[in-house]
Design a protein around this ligand. Structure first.
Ligand SMILES: *Cc1c(COP(=O)(O)O)cnc(C)c1O
Length: 295
């Protein structure tokens, strides 16, 4: 049985389970999904300095990209709405006829949705394509798919707080590795980080992280590629059952695309004694609940 106990930090809980105890490890979860499970998570951190930069450039419109269920699209729509910025979402797939709950929510937040073919989407960073978007929508500040850029990393350097210096290992789910790059950049020298790949990215994630982090932090992170379950959003009964029992037992909601793979991976690594006794692990709950919460 998993259970969650409060710690003296309001956004962090300790997770208990007989097998965690047996391994002599301590596991904590930092709740970036609070207080708002729909728009919070890591995406707000990735956007923060991009929105500041847009305002500095005198631009009031953010344009970004994503799939039909994208956490990044939903978060961008909500945060731009809150900040008084206009937003445009370029959505992969022009066959979409009825808005799903995620896109419907983005639309309600005032995001202009523009559907493009998968082919166009693949070439979305081409100059011709961007020029055509500018022609259509006027000038905008562009944020890459998933909020992946240097300013995104800068925002993610603000995730860990000074109190988090007590943890030995920080663990996070990786899609583009931007969040991990921010975490690694902000580590103390006696800490390390584990990134659990949620897609079959081979060495792409490692390269992306190395691009952004200071030289002296290069040996302080590791990407775990064993728990993507076949690829992005791929799952099986084992993972689904794990996520369901974890939710029911701990009262902390996780989902099978990101945080489910993270917590599954960490508990497997603990069971397999990949983490030394007395290690204090802090896993980041990066959100991703919109596609469960929005109906
Ligand atoms: C986007 C996302 C991630 C991955 O973040 P990257 O910076 O792209 O690695 C992790 N967890 C959740 C819930 C996300 O929505």
């Amino acid at each position: 049985m998993f259970s969650a106990q409060p710690t003296n930090k309001s956004n962090t809980v300790q997770i208990s389970h007989p097998s965690i105890k047996k391994a002599g490890v301590e596991l904590f979860i930092k709740r970036l999904d609070l207080p708002d499970p729909i728009s919070m998570g890591n995406k707000g951190y990735k956007l923060k300095h991009n929105l500041i930069e847009a305002k500095n450039q005198g631009l009031d419109t953010i344009l970004t990209f994503g799939g039909a269920y994208s956490n990044h699209i939903v978060a961008t729509a909500a945060i731009c709405n809150k900040e008084g910025l206009k937003s445009i979402g370029i959505i992969r797939g022009n066959e979409i006829e009825v808005l799903n709950p995620s896109l419907n929510y983005a639309n309600e937040q005032g995001m202009k949705l523009h559907f493009v073919s998968r082919e166009e989407y693949r070439n979305k960073e081409n100059k011709n394509f961007i020029d055509a978007l500018t022609e259509r929508f006027g000038s905008f500040y562009m944020v890459h798919e998933g909020g992946s850029n240097k300013l995104g990393v800068k925002g993610c350097m603000e995730i860990l707080e000074s109190e988090d210096a007590i943890y030995d290992t920080i663990a996070v789910a990786c899609g583009t590795g931007t969040t991990l790059a921010g975490i690694v950049s902000s580590l103390n020298e006696n800490q390390n980080a584990i990134g659990v790949a949620v897609l079959n990215a081979q060495d792409y994630l490692e390269k992306n992280v190395l691009k952004y982090i200071p030289e002296k932090r290069k040996t302080q992170f590791e990407i775990i590629n064993d728990f993507h379950f076949g690829g992005y959003a791929k799952s099986n009964d084992e993972l689904n059952n794990f996520v369901e029992s974890f939710n029911a037992q701990s009262g902390i909601e996780i989902e099978p695309i990101y945080t489910g793979k993270l917590i599954y991976a960490i508990t497997e690594m603990i069971n397999n004694r990949c983490l030394k006794p007395n290690t204090k692990v802090l896993a980041l709950h990066t959100g991703g609940l919109q596609y469960i919460k929005l109906k």
